[in-house]
Design a protein around this ligand. Structure first.
Ligand code: AQP
Length: 331
């Protein structure tokens, strides 16, 4: 049986260079190796308040970006999480399998609830790892590509899947983690201590996949650098430049050593100018395709319809088994 891979992006805005380098670009390669389910995880997005209009637009933007970077709907299922209600149903069930102590140990909740405070954070934000477990287990996923921020959630998924199987009989495949290589985390250009994020308030820190060439140049030229000069890679001592060099590496394929050599004796200005051009060149075809899909939304609708039907077919069967195992409803 072919390995099955599941992953997703929240429709909280147009994906950015970090999403692209850390996730989307790798999926394009992975789609040739695995049967793939790429979800637009809107139910995860609403764990923090969202504007409904932006959500709809964000959902289509993610679909457009998926196709524009090269995901092939003939090779993978692209669908919207909320259009497959079995996710929600299994998410609830996973919430009954998980223990409070396990959920409380999730560091992402601790981080994300810091801003508004624990008391004011939504229950959904707390419970979302149970929904993520459901997303993964529903399809008998065998492989989940993860950055370091998601490792803990996939470990929890494994634990919940095993616990369910032990208690109710073999039902779920227990997935393995596919750990992404070093350097997959891209930081904000304006605040290199924070990851590049769709919801970053400082728009200059984030390169969106639909930014035009001049906007990209402007953002890169304004990027924060470190106090001492020189294009050398040092994550702790020169985090801002290390981040820019990492982006350069991912855009060109040049190693960090080759980049250091190329810019020996040159200043930040020269380096940034060159970086801006390689990013513009790399993203130009993607930006063009995103524009195309925005102008032809029917193409997106067809892909999403097909993905939803394929996902529901599998999810429905799995939920029949889950209900049966748990004694829910009638025969
Ligand atoms: N800065 C990043 N560098 C590398 N990879 C990243 N990813 C996100 N940011 C970076 C990876 O992109 C995938 C989808 O992420 P997501 O949109 O579902 O959630 P996120 O990680 O919370 O992304 P954002 O942009 O920060 O969204 P908001 O601002 O809405 O919270 C994941 O594989 C993630 O690792």
């Amino acid at each position: 049986m072919q390995d099955l891979l599941f992953s997703g992006v929240k429709p909280t805005g147009m994906p950015h260079l970090g999403n692209y380098i850390g996730a989307l670009r790798q999926w394009v390669t992975l789609q040739h190796e695995y049967e793939c389910y790429f979800c637009i995880v809107d139910l995860h997005a609403i764990t923090v308040p969202q504007d409904p209009k932006n959500m709809r637009q964000g959902t289509l933007d993610i679909a457009a970006a998926y196709l524009a970077v090269g995901l092939d709907p003939k090779r993978c299922n692209i669908f919207i999480q909320s259009e497959v209600p079995e996710h929600t149903e299994l998410g609830w069930i996973m919430g009954t399998i998980a223990k409070m102590g396990e959920m409380e140990r999730m560091t992402q909740f601790k981080d994300k609830s810091k801003k508004g405070g624990r008391e004011r954070s939504g229950l959904g934000l707390f419970a979302y790892p149970a929904l993520m477990a459901a997303d993964i287990l529903l399809y008998d996923t065998t492989i989940v590509p993860v950055g370091d921020d998601q490792t803990q959630h996939v470990e929890l998924t494994r634990l919940l899947g095993k616990r369910f199987n032990d208690h109710f009989g073999p039902t779920f495949t227990i997935p393995e983690l596919l750990i992404q290589k070093h350097g997959a985390r891209i930081m904000s250009l304006a605040h290199p201590e924070q990851k590049m994020s769709k919801s970053d308030e400082s728009k200059n820190g984030v390169i969106m996949l639909d930014d035009d060439a001049d906007t990209i140049r402007h953002k890169i030229m304004r990027a924060v650098t470190d106090s001492d000069s020189g294009i050398t890679y040092h994550e702790e001592k020169k985090p801002a430049v290390a981040n820019l060099m990492t982006i350069y590496h991912h855009m060109t394929g040049e190693t960090l050593e080759q980049i250091e050599k190329r810019f020996t004796g040159k200043g930040y200005g020269d380096f940034k100018k060159s970086l801006a051009e390689v990013v513009v060149e790399h993203l130009a075809p993607i930006t063009k395709k995103i524009k195309h899909y925005r102008e032809h939304p029917q193409d997106l609708m067809n892909v999403l319809d097909h993905g939803r039907d394929a996902a529901r077919h599998v999810a429905r069967e799995k939920m029949k088994l889950v209900r049966d195992r748990m004694g829910l409803g009638r025969n």
